[in-house]
Each structure stands twice: as C-alpha cells, then as structure tokens.
Design a protein around this ligand. Structure first.
Ligand code: NDP
Length: 244
C-alpha cells in the first residue's frame, strides 16, 4: 500500500489506527490524516513533524464544499500514484431512545456518519480508480479500497433496539458499502464495512473491553490481508463476519 487517507485521525480510533500504521515495518509512501480543531489535535500535529510521509489536513467532514480543494491537495502530493485506501473513520454517537431522539441529533449523525463517507468516496473516486489501474496485479488495500468504519450496532438482524440516530446512520452506511462493492467491481476497488470492536475512546466509554491499541493493531492486521474475495463484507476488527 502506497497511500492512505484517514478521517478523524486526531483522537480515538483514528489516531490509534494511524499510530499502528506508523509502527508497521512496511510504511506507505503517503499517509493523509484529517482533523478539525488544532487544540484537540496536538499529538497528531506533533507526529506530522516527526514523519515526513504524514500529511495532516484540517477539514470538517460536513463541509462538503471543501472536499474538492482537499482532493486537489492530496492529488498534488500523490503526483500520479493514486490513493490505495480511503479509511472513513470520523464519526459521532448519540445514543438515544425514541422518546429523546431529536431532529438535530438525527441530522448531525446522518451528515457525519453516513453522508460524509459517501460524498468523500465520490470525491476521491478518481484517485482510487487510478490506484487500482496502477496496481492491477495487487489485491485488497494494496490495490484500491474503501473501508467504512461501521459498528455492530448497524446490524439489523442483531439489533437490540434503541440508539436511533447512531444505529440508523451506521445501517445506512452499511447499505452504502454494499452499493460501492457492487458499483466499483469493474474498477477493481473493494468496499468493506468494518466494526472496530467496542473500544475505550471518548465515544466507546471507559467500560469497553478493548483498548485503542489492541483494536487498532487487530484492525490493521485484518485489513492488510484483504483480497478480492473480501469485497462487500461486513466484519469486525478480528476478521469475524457480522450479520447485516
Ligand atoms: P471518538 O469520539 O473518540 O473520535 C471521533 C473522531 O471523529 C474524532 O477524531 C473527531 O474529531 C472526528 N469527527 C467527529 N465529527 C467530525 C466532523 N464533523 N468532521 C471531522 N471529524 C469529525 O470516536 P471513536 O474513535 O471511538 O470512533 C471512531 C469511529 O469508530 C467512529 O466512526 C465510530 O462510530 C466507530 N466505532 C467506535 C466504537 C467504539 O467502541 N469506540 C464502536 C463501533 C464503531 P474531533 O476531535 O474534531 O471531534
């Protein structure tokens, strides 16, 4: 894999995944990592000073009009090599029941968790396609892939109710992954929905069983092994399939 773009890489699982990647013996030539607020992104910004191949970019993923400028900046740095992996990680969670669900929560969650990954994939599609063409003898994330960070809460079969905004936004994202996995077949770009496990982050809370490091290492190991046969899967961090 020569290039990867990670959204929401300033804290939580995005930062954890970035650190796991930076510790891996085979480094991509370029890692693009997004953040919103410099004050909440000091660790990421100091990593950028240490690693020449790490490029940070300040963007709110709901600022859809800013996507094209972001694309152009990334394309300029990639200089014709294409983008191997778009890692749609940025997300929010409002865990509400039917009584306290608000239109604001629903709107915000849909924009960040579901609309942004679709529109970002749409924007970066030419670079993903280019990577697929340039790496046609390779497979999985070494050729071209979109990984949408989903959740086990997206599962309709295994739903235990509630969590309207979060659950529905991730279920919608899963539907988008499925469409991408079909639509991109002829381009040889794979699309996958991945649940990182229940992890101790600001969103996951302190009772979660997994640490950021454990989840991130396992996620990296799992995604490095992807091949064509994994296209369209909904799975968790350790490679186990989940029910749609
Ligand atoms: P955190 O709340 O710890 O981090 C969320 C990240 O998303 C932050 O980097 C945040 O940036 C970014 N983000 C949120 N809104 C926006 C926005 N509008 N524009 C740009 N970036 C934004 O969550 P986690 O790290 O736990 O979650 C990461 C992903 O994993 C999410 O998609 C989540 O749904 C998923 N997930 C997490 C689980 C868990 O147990 N932790 C379980 C299942 C799925 P900022 O600092 O600027 O707010």
């Amino acid at each position: 894999m020569k290039s990867i773009l990670i959204t929401g890489a300033n804290r939580g699982l995005g930062l954890g995944f970035l650190k796991a990647l930076l510790q891996h013996p085979n480094q991509p030539e370029h890692i693009f990592a997004t953040y919103r607020d410099p004050a909440k992104s000091q660790e990421l910004l100091s990593l950028e000073k240490q690693y020449k191949h790490l490029h940070t970019y300040k963007i709110d993923v709901t600022d859809f009009e800013a996507y094209q400028a972001f694309y152009e900046e990334v394309a300029k740095i990639l200089d014709g090599i294409g983008l191997n992996l778009l890692y749609n990680n940025a997300g929010v969670g409002y865990f509400n029941n039917l009584r306290n669900t608000t239109s604001e929560d629903l709107n915000k969650t849909y924009k960040i968790n579901f609309m942004a990954p679709i529109l970002l994939t749409q924007t970066f599609y030419p670079l993903l396609k280019l990577a697929a063409e340039k790496n046609s003898t390779l497979q999985g994330i070494h050729r071209a892939a979109v990984i949408n960070i989903s959740s086990e809460e997206a599962s309709i079969k295994d739903s235990y109710g509630g969590n309207y905004s979060y659950r529905c936004s991730k279920a919608a994202l899963n539907a988008a992954t499925k469409s991408m996995s079909i639509d991109f077949q002829s381009d040889k770009i794979i699309a996958i929905s991945l649940h990182p496990g229940w992890v101790r982050t600001d969103m996951g809370g302190s009772c979660a069983p997994l640490s950021v490091q454990e989840s991130s290492r396992k996620v990296l190991k799992t995604i490095l092994s992807f091949s064509d046969k994994d296209n369209g899967r909904y799975l968790q961090y350790d490679g186990t399939d989940l029910n749609w």
